[in-house]
Design a protein around this ligand. Structure first.
Ligand SMILES: CC(C)(COP(=O)(O)OP(=O)(O)OC[C@H]1O[C@@H](n2cnc3c(N)ncnc32)[C@H](O)[C@@H]1OP(=O)(O)O)[C@@H](O)C(=O)NCCC(=O)NCCS
Length: 155
């Protein structure tokens, strides 16, 4: 099983990422254009676990950004196909993302969030040294105005 940073996306790769997104969330759908954007972005790095026969069976993304309080990174969308879980892949994927940052040599504050119901994920992150922080998480969706305007036939 090889862990590598994704630099291109074949149709087969996309189907496998689509399946992984389905494991992560029933309300999210993978989008080919978005995935191409992820791969092209300079500050976002998508790591995949690739099996010779099964193809992509797991992924983890790290997003880096610099703000007045310093260089930060967030670990996002960590997921392994159910039939490949418990084999150490989740740990290897997050490790790959962190060692990519370490090699960069700049120093980052690395954060992530995970619902309490995600028992395996919470255990994984704690076992890797992430410390739980008390904070409130807020979300808002900004919709694609282009889509709304065309739906209303205003564009
Ligand atoms: C979280 C997830 C990525 C872990 O991947 P994995 O390959 O199964 O995990 P690993 O085999 O690398 O296990 C690493 C550690 O995770 C924890 N862990 C894994 N499975 C666990 C389980 N079923 N129960 C409790 N802890 C578990 C353990 O601490 C384990 O370390 P150990 O083997 O030394 O005990 C995987 O369970 C998954 O895809 N879950 C669904 C999606 C999800 O919740 N993603 C996280 C979003 S924040």
């Amino acid at each position: 099983m090889e862990i590598s940073k994704m630099t291109s996306c074949s149709d087969e790769d996309f189907k496998q990422i689509e399946a992984l997104v389905g494991v992560l969330s029933s309300s999210c759908k993978a989008d080919r254009a978005v995935l191409e954007e992820v791969i092209a972005q300079e500050n976002t790095h998508l790591f995949v676990a690739r099996d010779k026969e099964k193809g992509i069976v797991g992924m983890a993304t790290i997003c880096c950004f610099t703000i007045p309080t310093g260089r930060h990174a967030t670990v996002e969308d960590v997921v392994v196909l159910p039939q490949c879980q418990g084999l150490g892949l989740g740990r290897r994927l997050v490790e790959a993302a962190l060692s990519y940052l370490r090699k960069n040599g700049k120093g980052y504050k690395v954060g992530l969030t995970s619902k309490p119901s995600r028992v395996a994920a919470n255990a994984l992150y704690k076992s890797m040294g992430f410390k739980q922080k008390e904070t409130n998480v807020y979300n808002m969706e900004i919709y694609d105005c282009g889509d709304i305007l065309s739906t209303l036939h205003l564009k």
